[in-house]
Design a protein around this ligand. Structure first.
Ligand code: CU
Length: 118
């Protein structure tokens, strides 16, 4: 196949992609399960690589919690019986605090974890 044809096919592919929902979104390269419960977030340290797209699956084993990363604008309510699934573009290297965003009891403030971006 000639270079010209190849380029045309690539162009066609991009064009088609624009009309298919979800097509142009980056595919998650990593799937991370997180469990929230009174009063902890498991795992307490979540390691990811900068530039990756991560799909989080956050569930709670008791009451409603919130999976929040304040420095990154992440704010995901997590309801009992229904995991909260969302994709997330990993930011620059560093450490970001994960907290519970919904008051869930007297030791709510103890619910913390760390996102370590390498
Ligand atoms: Cu909580």
């Amino acid at each position: 196949m000639s270079m010209k044809n190849l380029r045309f096919l690539l162009f066609l592919n991009i064009l088609l992609c624009a009309f298919i929902p979800g097509c142009s979104r980056p595919k998650p390269t990593e799937h991370i399960k997180v469990v929230m419960k009174k009063y902890q977030i498991e795992p307490a340290v979540i390691k990811v690589k900068s530039g990756e797209t991560v799909e989080f699956e956050v569930s709670t084993t008791d009451v409603q919690h919130g999976f929040d990363i304040p420095d990154l604008g992440v704010k995901q309510p997590v309801q009992p019986g229904k995991a909260s699934v969302f994709t997330f573009k990993v930011p620059a290297k560093g450490e970001y605090q994960i907290v519970c965003g919904i008051i869930c009891g007297p030791r709510h403030d103890d619910m913390k974890a760390k996102l370590v971006v390498e």
